[in-house]
Write a protein that binds this ligand. Structure first.
Ligand SMILES: *Cc1c(COP(=O)(O)O)cnc(C)c1O
Length: 500
């Protein structure tokens, strides 16, 4: 008997229910196997730049490739170039979670492939987004002004960078109109005077939004925050800076407070900053990209106090809420400045419901026209877990971080570099006496050794110029035993480095 020909699943019709069923099952099996085997891969990809070009053909195939061929290439060619963000031993950057519920939601969304820019293009896409954003606002105990029932509401953006840009554009338009009315100056002159405030620990999204919004580079105030306040900005310094700029004829218009900075997860004095914003009529944006999520737990919610004084608040569910990228949730207290800055109304999109002002058209709350049906995955994440589970879950990562911190404290070769608040621990190996580089080389070598070892992955930052290792917990599958194993590995590599 001859050999059986290997199975070949090829597409004969681009969108056929039965072909999708068969190949969909194959894909689900492939993904389930991936999750089963996740811990067998090195966490950080170990390939060299340009590795893939050597493995793939020069041009796209003329004939059809089968799904089996593609699975083979996934294993042999793509996976080596994957850094496994879902590994329970991934402690780099901030987490990028996904989950069964979220993936299933993405499947639905990709299958419907509706483009919900206006309500009429798929009423459920807009209405579900409004509903889940209200649900989430209630879980966070945001003030009622942020709900869709008042003048404000929530909208899902792609990223925290887009979120801050759209609110900055809204604030810019408002500030320029105000300057024209009160001081009689031109738009161009006002734009040149607009000034932005945040701490030097804030994410680079503030710099990027300022650049895109045409704010003069010299008018971006990154106010220094240091160890004396655990890297939170000092409100007095901000107030003095705003007052000095006003006295010099500038137009302060935008203030960003951060809950959970990217370097060390510091929390700014949100309420005090809110007072400054109110006194000087600044747009006050709170960036909670990472740490905002954990404020669904009552014991963390006080850290968000002051949000009632904010004009806008944003958090990334795609970091730490079991929701895969992209899902950045932005709430505004008053949607009219946003609409004033971003509304377009071309003839080819006109429709009865929009003209009658009876509906929300999310195209006017964001930069692009087109938008994905992201509310589906959020709806599924919320429904398939429930808020009790989500709270317990986020809390467990903070408990793991607390445990890690205890381990660091117990080994005198190490020191903590900031006070931990959430699930990020900043630490380093203490430098030898007289080390001119203040531990830079030793700690950098340690991070490199750990990441090339493949068992765990972590990254670094600098705090006041000092090289600092970040241990960011939040993997959907990370358990206490992974924390213990990671610490053993860190100790082992450190002992090796200290010996040579
Ligand atoms: C991660 C992060 C951002 C950027 O998020 P994107 O969604 O990638 O734009 C902004 N701010 C803070 C505090 C962050 O931690």
């Amino acid at each position: 008997m001859g050999r059986l020909a290997p199975a070949r699943s090829v597409v004969t019709k681009p969108l056929d229910g039965e072909e999708f069923r068969a190949m969909g099952h194959q894909m689900v099996d492939f993904i389930a196997d991936y999750f089963r085997d996740l811990e067998t891969y090195p966490v950080q990809s170990q390939v060299q730049p340009g590795y893939l070009k050597k493995l793939l053909p020069e041009s796209a195939p003329q004939d059809q490739d089968s799904l089996e061929d593609i699975f083979y290439d996934m294993h042999s060619k793509i996976f080596p170039g994957i850094t496994h963000w879902q590994s329970p031993s991934f402690f780099a950057y901030y987490p990028s979670q996904t989950s069964t519920a979220s993936i299933l939601g993405e499947m639905l969304s990709a299958s419907l492939s509706v483009v919900g820019f206006s309500w009429i293009t798929s009423p459920a896409a807009t209405e579900l987004e409004i509903i889940v954003m209200d649900w989430l606002a209630k879980m966070l105990q945001l003030p009622s002004e942020f709900l869709s029932t008042g003048n404000g509401g929530g909208v899902i953006q792609g990223t925290a960078c887009e979120a801050i840009l759209v609110v900055m554009l809204a604030a810019r338009k408002r500030a320029i109109a105000r300057a024209a009315a009160e001081q009689g100056i031109s738009e161009a002159e006002a734009l040149g005077k607009l000034t932005v405030y945040t701490s030097d620990q804030a994410h680079a999204c503030v710099n990027k939004a300022s650049q895109l919004a045409g704010i003069a580079t010299k008018n971006l105030r990154l106010i220094h925050a240091d160890a004396s306040t655990n890297y939170a900005v000092c409100a007095d310094k901000v107030a003095k800076c705003v007052a000095a700029d006003k006295a010099a004829g500038l137009i302060p218009f935008f203030l960003v407070g951060v809950i959970g900075t990217t370097s060390s997860a510091a929390v700014d004095p949100l309420s005090d900053l809110g007072d400054i914003a109110q006194e000087h009529s600044l747009w006050y944006h709170i960036d909670g990209a990472y740490a905002g999520n954990v404020c669904i737990c009552p014991e963390y919610r006080p850290l968000l106090n002051g949000v009632e004084k904010a004009d806008s608040f944003d958090m990334n569910l795609h970091k730490w809420f079991l929701t895969n990228f992209d899902c950045s949730c932005l709430w505004v207290k008053d949607r009219s400045p946003l609409l004033a800055a971003l509304t377009t109304n071309p003839e080819y999109l006109r429709n009865k419901q929009s003209e009658a002002n009876a509906v929300v058209d999310f195209k006017d709350w964001q930069i692009p026209l087109s938008r994905r049906f992201r509310a589906l995955k959020l709806w599924m994440v919320l429904r398939m877990h429930g808020s009790d589970f989500l709270q317990t879950y986020l809390r467990s990562h903070c408990e793991q971080a607390k445990h890690f911190e205890t381990l660091v404290r117990a080994d005198s070769r190490f020191e903590l570099m900031s006070q931990r608040i959430f699930s990020l621990v900043c630490f380093r190996v203490k430098p030898a006496a007289g080390d001119k580089g203040n531990g830079y080389t030793l700690n950098k070598k340690l991070v490199e050794a750990l990441n090339t070892g493949g068992d765990i992955m972590l990254t670094h930052t600098t705090l006041e110029g000092v090289y600092t290792i970040r241990f960011a917990i939040g993997g959907a599958r990370t358990e206490m035993r992974h924390i213990d194993a990671a610490w053993e590995e860190i100790q082992r590599q450190t002992s090796k480095l200290l010996k040579c």
